[in-house]
Design a protein around this ligand. Structure first.
Ligand code: GLN
Length: 378
C-alpha cells in the first residue's frame, strides 16, 4: 500500500490535547475556548430544531446566513460579495481551505506558504500533486521578506497562502505587506488563499487587513472565515469562504461532493445571531484582556515573551532555560508543572526549532490564573 501522505502523522493539536488529558494538565495547547458560548446561540439552535429545520440545508448554505455574511463584509470591509454566487458556508475553516486548494491546484502547480504555517495547508497541496514552496519566517517578528518571495515566484506559481492574524505567531499583515502583495500579483494569474479565521481577534486598535478591502487582491482571493473563532463554538464546525463568482463556482463544484451541505439548525442560529454586532465587535477587547493578563502574569517567569498582535496565541521562548528540543520540552512541561503547550517546530516542515512554545489564552480566568501560577514554577 502506498500512502498518499507518507510523512504525515497525527496533527500536533490532537497529540498535545491527548497528552494533556492523560496527565490531567491545564490544556493551553489546542486552540479552543474552555468557556461557554452565548446561551442565546444555543437556544436559537434549539428553536431551529423545534421548528423542524432538520433536513439538508441548501448546498451553498442557508440564504439568510449568506446574506448576513455579505452584510457584515460590506459593513466592515466595504466589499460586496453576492450571496448567490460569491459566498459558501463550509464545515469550518479547515474544510474551506481544503476545498479551495482542491478546486484550484493542479499537479506541478507551485504554492507559496510562509512557515511557521498552520498544519493543514501543505498536505492539501501535496494531495493535489502541487509543489509547496516554503519560506521560513524567523522570530521574534516573523516579517515577510518580499524580495525573497519574489525569488520564489516562477511560471508555475499558482497561489500564495496568507494567514492574518497568524497562527501560531500572532503577527498581523501590515500596510506595507499589502502593497508588496499587490505589486507582486499585479498582472499575474496568481491566486491568494487568505486564511482570516482570526479576523476579529486583533489587538491594540490595529485594523484587520482583509483581502476583501483591496479590490486588486479580492479579485484573485479565496477568503476563509470561521464562526468557531467568532462565537466560541469551535465544535460546531461552521465557517465560510468568499471569492469572486468564477472562483466560487469552482469551489462549489468540489464542496458539493465533499460535504454537500453544512448542518441546518446551526445555520439558522448563526443567521440570527450575526445580526447582533456587539457579539463580534467586542471580541478584540475580550481577548486583549486575556492576552494582557497572561502576559503580565508571565512577565516575572523565566520565559521570554514574543509579541502578540492578534489571534489567541502567546509564544514564549525557552531555549535559555533548557536545551531540549521543543517537543520534548513541551512534554516535560506537562509532567513537571501540568501545563500543555504546542511546540512551534510542528509548524515548520523541516521541524525548525527556535525553542518556542505556543500557549492558547482563549481560556476562562480561572484556567489562566492556574496556568500562570504553574508556569512561574519553571
Ligand atoms: N486551530 C486550532 C489550533 O491552532 C486547532 C484546530 C485543530 O485541532 N485542528 O490549535
Amino acid at each position: 500500500f502506498q500512502s498518499k501522505l507518507p510523512k504525515t502523522g497525527t496533527n500536533i493539536f490532537s497529540v498535545m490535547s491527548a497528552l494533556a488529558q492523560q496527565a490531567d494538565a491545564i490544556n493551553l495547547s489546542q486552540g479552543f475556548p474552555d468557556f461557554e458560548c452565548s446561551p442565546e446561540l444555543v437556544s436559537l439552535v434549539n428553536q431551529a430544531m423545534q421548528q423542524g429545520h432538520n433536513q439538508y440545508a441548501p448546498m451553498t448554505g442557508l440564504l439568510s446566513l449568506r446574506e448576513a455574511i455579505a452584510a457584515k463584509t460590506q459593513e466592515l470591509y466595504g466589499a460586496s460579495y453576492h450571496p448567490d454566487n460569491e459566498i459558501t458556508v463550509t464545515a469550518g475553516g479547515t474544510q474551506a481551505i481544503f476545498t479551495a486548494i482542491c478546486a484550484t491546484i493542479h499537479p506541478n502547480d507551485e504554492v507559496i506558504i510562509f512557515e511557521p504555517a498552520y498544519d493543514c495547508y501543505a498536505p492539501a497541496i501535496q494531495l493535489m500533486g502541487g509543489v509547496v514552496k516554503r519560506m521560513e519566517l524567523e522570530p521574534p517578528d516573523y516579517r515577510i521578506n518580499w524580495t525573497m518571495v519574489r525569488r520564489l515566484i516562477s511560471s508555475h506559481t499558482k497561489m500564495v497562502i496568507l494567514n492574518s492574524p497568524h497562527n501560531p505567531t500572532a503577527t498581523v499583515l501590515q500596510e506595507e505587506d499589502i502593497r508588496e502583495l499587490i505589486s507582486l500579483t499585479h498582472k499575474t494569474d496568481i491566486l491568494i488563499l487568505s486564511d482570516e479565521v482570526y479576523e476579529h481577534i486583533i489587538f491594540d486598535g490595529q485594523p484587520h487587513r482583509s483581502m476583501a478591502r483591496y479590490p486588486e487582491l479580492a479579485e484573485r482571493s479565496l477568503i476563509v472565515a470561521s464562526f468557531g473563532k467568532l462565537f466560541h463554538i469551535t465544535g460546531w464546525k461552521v465557517g465560510y469562504c468568499m471569492a469572486p463568482a468564477w472562483l466560487m463556482n469552482e469551489f462549489r463544484k468540489i464542496h458539493q461532493f465533499n460535504v454537500f451541505s453544512v448542518n441546518t439548525p446551526m445555520q439558522y442560529a448563526l443567521a440570527d445571531f450575526l445580526q447582533v454586532k456587539e457579539a463580534y465587535l467586542g471580541l478584540a477587547d475580550f481577548y486583549q484582556q486575556k492576552r494582557d493578563y497572561f502576559r503580565s502574569g508571565l512577565e516575572s517567569s523565566r520565559f521570554e515573551l514574543l509579541p502578540c498582535a492578534g489571534a489567541y496565541f502567546q509564544s514564549v521562548k525557552f531555549n535559555h532555560i533548557s536545551e531540549d528540543n521543543d517537543l520534548l520540552f513541551a512534554k516535560t512541561l506537562i509532567d513537571r508543572v501540568g501545563v500543555a503547550a504546542v511546540p512551534n517546530s510542528a509548524f515548520y516542515s523541516k521541524k525548525t526549532d527556535f525553542g518556542i512554545l505556543r500557549f492558547c489564552f482563549a481560556k476562562k480566568q480561572e484556567t489562566l490564573t492556574k496556568a500562570v501560577e504553574q508556569l512561574l514554577k519553571v
